[in-house]
Design a protein around this ligand. Sequence first.
Ligand code: AMP
Ligand code: MG
Length: 337
Amino acid sequence: MTTVPASPTARTTTVPPPPLEHLRSPATRAVLRIQQCILTATRELLSREGFMEMLPPVIGPVTDPGARGAKQVDVDYYGHRYKLMTSGILYKQASLLAFDKIFNIAPNVRLEPLETATTHRHLAEFHQIDVEVACATREDVTALAERLIRHVFAACAGGMREELALLGQDVDALRAVADHDFETVSHREAAERLQAMNHPQSYDAELNWVGEEILSRESTRPFFVVDYPKGSRGFYDRESRTTPGVLRNFDLILPGGYGEIISGSEREHEYTRLITRMRETGENPSKYRWYLDVAREGIPASAGFGIGLERLTRAVAGLDAVWRASSFPKIPGVISA
Ligand code: AMP
Ligand code: MG
């Protein structure tokens, strides 16, 4: 077994063992059972709240361009250049033509920059639990995300005692998430906190990896960061109509150094605004033909979010690195099964 760092902050690359060793390890099996509990609890809560689970496309002519420095993977589709999904955002919005409340659990492929191999929270292939609600506001979906995460932590605290004990994870750490309200800070407040700690963080950019981890470590409970600046996210995050330059979006950051596990937003859905936002974010609208054709006819206004399943599993199971939450892990830049 390859050595792993003693703490999640250590800046080393941990390389997964070969599949034979990884899959037969009692620790991996405990982690995968916890992941199953997370999925069951997710489906349970969302079904109870009237959500429709839809099966997601894996390839398409375009995919989410908003993936922070990650490269997309091309597929030859009968002579046309298609993409593997980096996220299901475009299809999620379009799916609301069929049902008002939808979710899917989908694989995403992102060739993340090599520097992310040591963050302990990036994989080149991972899964998202993707949720979208027609006519919802950001506040509606942050409340839903909080209900869902608390339900998942409670379900695992109750049903996964043996697995958690085997992994050395304290059930009380799960109860602490399940039993308390989440907090909310604005992106500006988060940047101010980091600057006060002498950590460089621009008011106009995404929270950087290290800053996000510092805030996560400082915190004792999960918190939403809201109102990211325009320019830090994809064209589909809706810009505030009352405060231009600010997006009606959010992340959820977990305490303990686990960092971001959710990104979400109210969506831009109006045809002409979408075209403007695409141009502003350096995207060529002609690439997005099918999506814009649908938007011209009318996509419902919506809000939604995506949860990184492996990151959520890592946090529930108390793992030092996200690759341990994948049965066939792919760390950026590391050649594997
Ligand atoms: P995003 O919309 O790009 O923030 O992705 C949604 C969620 O997917 C994030 O909040 C993470 O939990 C998860 N995620 C994004 N990129 C990765 C990655 N490279 N490896 C593992 N999980 C990821
Ligand atoms: Mg994000």
